[in-house]
Every structure is written in structure tokens, then in C-alpha cells.
Design a protein around this ligand. Structure first.
Ligand code: NAD
Length: 362
């Protein structure tokens, strides 16, 4: 029987399935909106323009300048454009960067949002917004940040490059992994987390060998939705703290950094969270959860080390200091030397070590 817990359901409407983009006009109607501002990155501008043409009079314009980590200057330009067009809602077409811009506009204006995710990052189902002002990243959590409608159309993920599919999928898996040992874990979210890890671990290798496999793509998107819901519902721990620090100080690429760190943190937390580890291993069909994630990351051809992502070696101590100075809650105490050795292992691309017994699987 579960212990005492609190479960807070989030209310978002999810429209899932191949071709579900064709529900967009009807979903705008359900929200009572008729002048959508379509958002995208420059890289996805052509698709955003095509979507705008499909919408016809329901689209007020396109803003195709969404940028990683939601810089305030970009948000201000998008805000001015939204006012000029008298837009009444946003349609964010893209990954976490584009969806972040939609959230930044919504929290300032109350505009409704429809998110159409094309990566596995999961931001579309969270009430969390990270923004950067002059290089400093701040994060806020507010129910008003969460998009009202999410359209998951697998066809839009077929173009996601294999390398980004792999790392974005491991980024999603990290949300589900940390949900299983969260301080405020609950049985519903843990069900989603285990199912999310299973869906991602069975689909990502198929996507890497056959990027056009729509069934595998659909399974990965389903896993990403579940994992994103975990991220939005319970607190994250050491893995997300390390990635937050590394992203903030060294500007390392988001999904790649998650892919490198995850197996090391699972090894670090292994004995402190035995029930979570049993579920992670079961979802992966692996005897050891950390080595299971490490093997999956290798199979996917994901980056192995922080060094190859451009972090300087001197950054190991700097990062360890920041992570331990203001730690997130974690099932195992976050001690400086142990965290330093974890980050050093990740820097050099070593096999994850189960620190509790000092053994290396290398
Ligand atoms: P991204 O949105 O930056 O996209 C990466 C690149 O891939 C972009 O150039 C984009 O145009 C391109 N791309 C996206 N989908 C594509 C597709 N289907 N085909 C071809 N190209 C495609 O990357 P991301 O990893 O999705 O998001 C990272 C950002 O999201 C970070 O800023 C991170 O902090 C944020 N994030 C926030 C949350 C949250 O809950 N607030 C959760 C996860 C990530």
C-alpha cells in the first residue's frame, strides 16, 4: 500500500495521434480564439509559415525568432508584435525553446496557448518557465504558464534529426527517472514514469536505426508526454540541478547534457532509492538501472562526455561548488566530493560508478 501522498492533477487537453494537427482550427475555436500568433525557431520557420497558411484568417502572423533559454529581449520583441497584430492566443510549433516563448507571452498577457511539440523535451505539459536575462537564468512555476491544449502529431517529429531524437529522448527519460525518487513522488506519477521510461527505451533504438518508423516515433512521443507530465507534477533532484548549473554556467547544449549526466546520477542515487531503481531497471529490461541507461545511451550514439560538449576541465570544481552550494532535495545527501567525482566521471565519459561500494564497472 502507498504511504500518504498528495496528487495534484494538471488540467491540459491533449490531442494525440498521427495527423492530429488537422484538429488545430477546431481547438482554436474551442478556446474562443481567432487571431493566433504562430511561434517557431528560425530553423522551423518554413513549417510555421505553412501552418499559418493552413489556418488562413485564424492566424494573425508568425514570429519565427524563438531562441534557446527564452531570452527576455526576444520575448519583448514577440510581445510588441503580438500587440501590433492584436493576437488573442499563441500556437507554439517546435521544441522547448518555442514552447518557452509561448509561456513567456502567456504569463505576461494571459493569452491562451496551444503547444505543438516537435521534440521530446516535455515543456508543453509543465507549468514551468525558464528565462534568461543578461545571461542569468531564472525559473518560475505557475499554473498560468501551462498551455491549455497540446497537439501531439507524430508526423511532425519525423524530421527530428536522429542525434537530437536520441538526446531529446534521454532528456525526457531524465524527467521520469527523477520523478520515481522525488520527495513528493506519488503512485499515479510513478505509473506514468515507469511507463514513460519503458516507451522511450523501446522506441529510441528503433528510431536511430529507422528514423521514419512512425510506430516507434509515436511510442517515443507518448513516452515524452508521460515524462513531461512527471516533470510538471513532482520535484526534480540532483540530475536536474547539475544540468541547470552546467547549462547556466557553460551554456552546454540542453538535451546532449542531459544525455551525458543521467546514468551517472542514477548510479549515484542507486542505494538511496531502491524502489525507484527496481522500477527503472524493470522499465529498461536491465539488471542494473545505471548501466542500463548507459548501455542505451551508447546504443543511441549519444554524446559520452561533457568534454566533447565543450565544457572546460576547470569547470568540474566550479560546477561541484554550485551544485552543492544550493542543492535540490535528493534521496542521497549531496556531498561536494562525491558530486565532484560524479561530474569528473561525466566530464571524461567514464562508465558510471556505484559510489556506495566504490566499485567501478569500467
Ligand atoms: P529546441 O526547442 O531548442 O530545438 C532544438 C532545435 O531543433 C531547434 O533548432 C529546432 O528548430 C529544431 N527542431 C525541433 N523540432 C524539430 C523537428 N521535428 N525537425 C527538425 N528540427 C527540429 O530544443 P528542446 O530540447 O526541445 O528544448 C530545449 C529548451 O527547452 C531549453 O531552453 C530548456 O530549458 C527548455 N525546456 C523547458 C522545459 C520546461 O518545463 N520549462 C522542459 C524541457 C525543456
Amino acid at each position: 500500500m502507498p504511504d500518504r501522498f498528495v496528487y495534484q492533477g494538471a488540467c491540459a487537453r491533449v490531442v494525440f495521434g498521427a495527423g492530429s494537427l488537422d484538429a488545430l482550427a477546431a481547438e482554436l475555436g474551442r478556446l474562443g480564439c481567432s487571431r493566433a500568433l504562430v511561434l517557431s525557431t528560425r530553423g522551423q520557420q518554413a513549417e510555421a509559415e505553412a501552418l499559418a497558411s493552413e489556418l488562413g484568417l485564424l492566424c494573425a502572423g508568425v514570429f519565427a525568432d524563438a531562441t534557446m533559454h527564452t531570452p527576455l529581449a526576444v520575448t519583448q520583441r514577440a510581445l510588441a508584435y503580438a500587440h501590433e497584430l492584436h493576437a488573442d492566443c499563441t500556437v507554439a510549433f517546435g521544441g522547448g525553446s518555442t514552447i518557452g516563448l509561448g509561456k513567456a507571452l502567456a504569463i505576461r498577457t494571459g493569452m491562451k496557448q496551444i503547444a505543438i511539440p516537435t521534440t521530446y523535451a516535455g515543456s508543453e505539459v509543465t507549468p514551468i518557465l525558464g528565462e534568461t536575462v543578461e545571461g542569468n537564468k531564472t525559473t518560475q512555476r505557475d499554473p498560468a504558464i501551462q498551455p491549455q491544449v497540446v497537439i501531439y502529431d507524430v508526423d511532425l517529429t519525423l524530421s527530428l534529426p536522429v542525434s537530437l531524437s536520441a538526446t531529446s529522448g534521454l532528456n525526457a527519460m531524465a524527467h521520469a527517472v527523477e520523478a520515481l525518487y522525488a520527495r513528493d513522488a506519488n503512485p499515479i506519477i510513478s505509473l506514468m514514469a515507469e511507463e514513460g521510461i519503458a516507451a522511450l527505451s523501446r522506441s529510441l533504438p528503433k528510431i536511430v536505426s529507422e528514423p521514419g518508423d512512425r510506430d516507434a516515433r509515436s511510442d517515443a512521443l507518448y513516452g515524452a508526454w508521460l515524462a513531461g507530465t512527471c516533470l510538471g507534477s513532482v520535484g526534480m533532484a540532483l540530475h536536474h540541478k547539475i544540468c541547470h548549473v552546467l547549462g547556466g554556467i557553460f551554456d552546454l547544449p540542453h538535451a546532449e547534457m542531459h544525455a551525458v549526466i543521467l546514468a551517472h546520477v542514477v548510479a549515484f542515487n542507486c542505494t538511496a532509492a531502491p524502489q525507484a531503481m527496481t522500477r527503472i531497471a524493470r522499465a529498461l529490461h536491465a539488471s542494473d538501472p545505471a548501466l542500463g541507461i548507459d548501455a542505451l545511451a551508447r546504443r543511441l550514439g549519444a554524446p559520452r562526455s561533457l568534454a566533447e560538449l565543450g565544457m572546460p576541465e576547470a569547470g568540474i570544481d566550479i560546477a561541484a561548488e554550485h551544485v552543492t552550494h544550493t542543492p535540490y532535495w535528493n534521496p542521497r545527501p549531496v556531498e561536494r566530493e562525491a558530486v565532484r567525482s560524479l561530474i569528473a566521471d561525466a566530464f571524461h565519459g567514464r562508465v558510471p560508478r556505484h559510489e556506495q561500494n566504490g566499485t567501478s564497472h569500467a
